[in-house]
Design a protein around this ligand. Structure first.
Ligand SMILES: Cc1ncc(C[n+]2csc(CCOP(=O)(O)OP(=O)(O)O)c2C)c(N)n1
Length: 1038
């Protein structure tokens, strides 16, 4: 306690009436803080007695010591001398003899000194208490902020007030306030008491409440903290582990008077609220019995989004990609994106005919793309709202992927031009795991969009479910804390507070390029939709809502009372917008046909003809010149940079590759290399993403080489192929299927001139992304007239690796194909194969040779339209000595083979063939091995179906006709209720006009896709091979 004494004079509180000089004014400029001085010799934190809270006090002493070394205690004098002389941490301080615990005499002496200076302890404690109090508001102030416009629920689901802060409601009532203060002080948290309220305390550097002042009376400190943290904005940020970012936020919310709006800004805000409110009212008047998921209760969303966009545009952003759920979507389309109102209104007309093919979608799911001038900044801005399914939050990663792609294609490496905004409902944001998966992409180098602004329409209800039953976290936004995103909760009935946080959110994104959340705490005036009765389940809440004045009315009254607008001006604004709606309504009646194409979120200018048709209906050869193949092969088997040491094992792999090239053959990895490399040459960007794709789960790919001697030094040979090639992106993803597949789908939306592939670690895991497959990939074009050429690589095959490393579930993909099993298409049609591809919803293939894999990848880009491509890829075939393709099958003129016919002895004398086995994929190699071992090469023909969907009726008919005396059988290694059988059988029967049965050779039906027992696996395999080659096997059935 000795060392406190000599600082007493400096620390003694000055009264409020005394002039308060700023601390910095007293200090020499070069020594702003003690820590700065110390940092070049010894970090302060290393001193055992220093902490964040005591450093201010020590700093003061240090300044005093600089002015006069005698003004501080001797021990501090020695300490500061030692420190300035560069003493290392922990050695500068020398304990004064009198402090020695062993000396009773010195203890007595200390006591006597303390009695002589009784205030010193208290002074220090009080300062520390004030610091703690400030910190308490910064950390916990949001818990007592007045966020709920209805005043019913606490936004954090907790009505208790933290013991170390005073709530705003307490403050309103002086008696309550005094009681709270008493609780807080007398015997309370920090040991302050009421008499301290008028004492002046120095403010720490971690607060900005002082503005120009460095010290304030406690009463004022509390008042300002309350103003900053406990009004209509609740700022959650103290979990962020970056001092600069915390300081930035503190400055934005603590600085006195920072939340100021000009009259012009207030009028703009009012006008935007008018539009938002009157739009919903207009729809309600015209279509009172239609679902529209109106925004009533959160009308402030429209000005909020516009503020974020204005501010971002001001900072240089010219493309904003948005994703949002149903609530308020039409309003956002009308008033944020500025879709023509008549186009929106005509959607309500039930007699409107669809002009486009496809099934279409509900009006509140459709996407939109619009380029216009931002009136506030006078800059061009493009706005795109991504179409989405009902599945809440599913569009999040899609929006991110599209944003990333747009940034990539315009060279926006820092996200300064293109940004994403995601809107969420409170229940969905808290409940859906995809939100978490998407957040985890936000800072990964190959996935970051450099900050997304998230806006939560927190109407404190999910359909009919109360938030207390819908989440276990205090706020619906807590998931954002995992990525250190600041969260700004705001009472939506205070439009200016909302605008302010939106402005700060946009500035945050622009400054730090990280995610940020705006939580609009609001209410829902109607039921879940306009037809729902909310009083069934939320009677008290809705009684309050009935009494609640709409925010527009409240804000208009406020501005009228402030003289910012007058009543006639306000009414004029309303009638002006109503008139706009009425006129658009009249025009909407002229719309007879609904063009879903007008609702495209991602147009591909130049790819189609002006009326949206493919430029041709043919596909050129997918083969390549031999020198191109050789060049790519050589790069794939070398290290194209100097002084780069690769792993010895990899050297061997590259050597084997080189031998393959020399022998004019490719294996699986090389075939993929050649497909990618050649597309890069043609200016096509290739992006391969998924778990461990860089090396390849099966260690076959090695697209990224790692220097064995230099940490993080890598090389991607694929980017060293040609001087002006397109870039190749290969990126290991986070361990997420839903998020990453959604992201890649979004990436593929941006441009048709890119091959975007997602690889599942094992195909089995694709069902973790089921929603993206079911809701976007399979029906995307039908619902939204939007093509997408994403490729799914799904390792598949029964290899005794257990139930979860075997099946990519081909049966599911095939079941979702839109071709008719019972109708034989017109096989004579010109370009039959291309037409089939054009009509299908996706392409499903299972290649049995590397060459065919090469061709199908190239065909994906050479086709004049885009379709998703599902490829069941092999595992054991990656290294199978027979799974090789000769260059001859990849040269110009060659192409993808939808069917690979039998070409062995059986094909030479087809009349002799007793059985024609159809199969797909890897089982072909088991079948040929077995056939050979049984000496049945002439009796059994084996035909491979490489493209399962669209079904190659034409080629299979030829095959079936070629072997007139053969029984037909389908052979698969999957269980009977799985795999391809249910898809193939009816189509084969249709192909042959049901002239013969199509028998089955394969595993029995089963619940699990594969056994976990290796022996059982082999027994099952042998059993179905026996069936396949037992020419009497089906006799008993015929
Ligand atoms: C993944 C998913 N599960 C369930 C639903 C059904 N559903 C539609 S709206 C809704 C409530 C959403 O509440 P919230 O996210 O708070 O948004 P709000 O409707 O309140 O704006 C639910 C459960 C859905 N659309 N998506």
């Amino acid at each position: 306690m000795f060392h406190l004494r000599t600082c007493a004079a400096k620390l003694r509180p000055v009264t409020a009436s005394q002039t308060v000089k700023t601390f910095s004014q007293n200090k020499p400029a070069a020594i702003r803080t003690f820590q700065q001085i110390r940092c070049y010799s010894a970090p302060v934190a290393a001193e055992p007695f220093l902490s964040g809270t005591s450093s201010n006090y020590v700093e003061e002493m240090y300044c005093a010591w600089l002015e006069n070394p005698k003004s501080v205690h001797k021990s501090w004098d020695i300490f500061f001398r030692n420190t300035n002389a560069g003493a290392p941490p922990g050695t500068a301080y020398q304990s004064p003899l009198t402090l020695s615990r062993s000396s009773l005499a010195s203890v007595a002496h200390a006591h006597s000194l303390m009695e002589a200076q009784p205030n010193v302890d208290k002074l220090v404690e009080d300062h520390l208490a004030v610091q703690s109090l400030i910190r308490a508001y910064q950390i916990r102030g949001h818990h007592v902020a007045q966020l709920d416009p209805l005043g019913i629920l606490d936004a954090d689901l907790d009505s208790s007030v933290p013991a170390d802060i005073i709530s705003s409601t307490d403050k309103l009532d002086l008696a309550v306030f005094k009681e709270r203060l008493r609780m807080l002080t007398v015997g309370g948290f920090y040991g302050l008491d009421e008499s301290d309220l008028d004492k002046v305390f120095h403010l720490p550097t971690t607060t900005f409440i002082g503005g120009q002042e460095s010290a304030l009376p406690l009463r004022e400190i509390i008042r300002r903290l309350e103003m900053a943290y406990c009004q209509h904005i609740g700022v959650e940020f103290m979990f962020i582990n970056d001092l600069e970012q915390c300081q930035w936020i503190r400055q934005k919310f603590e600085t006195p008077g920072i939340m100021q709006f000009t009259n012009e800004e207030k009028r703009t805000l009012l006008a935007r609220l008018v539009r938002s409110t009157r739009f919903e009212e207009f729809l309600q008047r015209k279509w009172s019995s239609e679902k529209r998921f109106g925004l009533e209760g959160c009308e402030v969303l429209i000005p909020a989004l516009k503020t974020i966009i204005d501010k971002s545009s001001e900072n240089g952003v010219d493309y904003v990609i948005m994703g949002m759920p149903h609530r308020g979507r039409l309003n956002v389309l009308a008033n944020v994106i500025r879709k023509e109102l008549e186009q929106i209104f005509c959607q309500f007309d039930s007699k409107l005919e669809a002009a486009d093919e496809g099934s279409g979608d509900m009006k509140y799911h459709l996407g939109m793309y619009h380029r216009r001038i931002n009136r506030v900044t006078d800059r061009n801005i493009t706005l795109s709202l991504v179409a989405n399914p009902s599945h809440l939050e599913a569009a999040d990663p899609v929006v991110m992927g599209k944003t990333k792609a747009e940034q990539f294609y315009c060279g926006d490496t820092e996200g300064k031009k293109v940004m994403s905004i995601l809107l969420h409902g409170d229940a969905a944001f808290a409940g859906q795991g995809i939100v978490y998966e998407t957040f985890h992409l936000s800072d990964l180098p190959s996935y970051t969009t450099h900050g997304t602004v998230h806006v939560v329409v927190n109407n404190q209800i999910g359909f009919t479910t109360d938030p207390r039953m819908a989440r276990s976290s205090p706020y619906p936004t807590d998931v954002a804390r995992v990525v250190n995103a600041p969260i700004f909760h705001v009472n939506s009935d205070d439009p200016e507070a909302v605008m302010y946080v939106c402005k700060v959110a946009a500035e945050w994104r622009n400054t730090f390029h990280k995610d940020v959340v705006v939580d609009l705490v609001c209410y829902r005036r109607n039921g879940h939709n306009e037809m729902d009765e909310p009083m069934f389940t939320q009677p008290l809440m809705y009684k309050q809502i009935r009494k609640q004045k709409p925010v527009l009315q409240k804000y208009a009254e406020l501005l009228v009372s402030q003289g910012v607008v007058n009543q006639p001006e306000y009414e004029e604004e309303i009638s002006k917008y109503d008139k706009i709606c009425e006129e658009a309504f009249t025009r909407s009646k002229d719309e007879k046909i609904l063009h879903i194409k007008h609702w495209l979120d991602s147009p591909w200018p130049g790819f189609f003809t002006l009326d949206g048709q493919p430029r041709s209906m043919s596909c050129p050869s997918t083969g390549l010149e031999e020198d191109v193949l050789t060049h790519i092969g050589n790069v794939a088997s070398s290290v194209p940079v100097e002084d780069f040491t690769i792993h010895g094992g990899l050297s061997r792999i590259l050597k084997t590759r080189k031998e393959l090239v020399t022998n004019r053959t490719v294996d699986w990895a090389l075939a993929e290399y050649m497909a990618f490399g050649s597309l890069l040459k043609e200016g096509i960007h290739v992006r391969l993403s998924g778990q461990d794709v860089e090396r390849g789960t099966f260690s076959h790919r090695h697209h990224v080489l790692h220097d064995q001697n230099v940490d993080k030094r890598t090389c991607i040979p694929m980017n060293h192929l040609w001087p002006n090639q397109a870039p190749y992106t290969v990126c290991n993803s986070s361990l997420s299927e839903y998020g990453v597949l959604g992201f890649e789908l979004g990436f593929a939306m941006a441009s048709p001139n890119a091959l975007v592939l997602w690889e599942a670690q094992f195909g089995d895991f694709n069902n973790m992304a089921q929603c993206i497959i079911d809701q976007f990939i399979c029906p995307g074009q039908a619902k939204w007239v939007r093509q997408n050429g994403i490729v799914l690589l799904l390792p598949h095959g029964m290899e005794g690796m257990g139930p979860e490393h075997s099946s990519a579930r081909p049966e599911r993909f095939l079941q979702m194909c839109n071709d008719d099993p019972d109708v034989l298409p017109d096989l004579q049609e010109e370009n039959f194969d291309i037409n089939q591809l054009y009509d299908c919803n996706w392409i499903v293939v299972n290649c049995s040779t590397p060459g065919n894999f090469f061709h199908v990848l190239r065909r994906q880009i050479l086709l004049p339209f885009r379709k998703p491509l599902i490829i069941f890829t092999p595992k054991s075939l990656l290294r199978h000595p027979e799974a090789r393709t000769n260059f001859d099958e990849m040269l110009p003129g060659t192409h993808f083979q939808r069917v690979i016919p039998e070409d062995g002895p059986a094909a030479q004398d087809p009349d002799k063939v007793k059985r024609l086995l159809f199969c797909t994929g890897k089982v072909y190699y088991d079948l040929t091995r077995e056939r050979k071992s049984r000496g049945m090469d002439e009796q059994v023909a084996i035909t491979r179906i490489e493209q399962l969907s669209p079904f190659p009726f034409d080629l299979l008919l030829k095959e079936a006709q070629k072997y007139p005396n053969a029984e037909l059988a389908w052979c698969q290694e999957e269980h009977k209720n799985q795999g391809y059988y249910d898809y193939v059988k009816p189509r084969l029967r249709t192909t042959i006009d049901r002239a013969k049965p199509v028998w089955y050779a394969g595993r029995d039906p089963a619940a699990a896709p594969a056994t976990g027992n290796k022996k059982t696996h082999l027994t099952e395999l042998q059993r179905f091979l026996d069936t396949a080659f037992d020419l009497d096997a089906f006799k008993k059935f015929s």
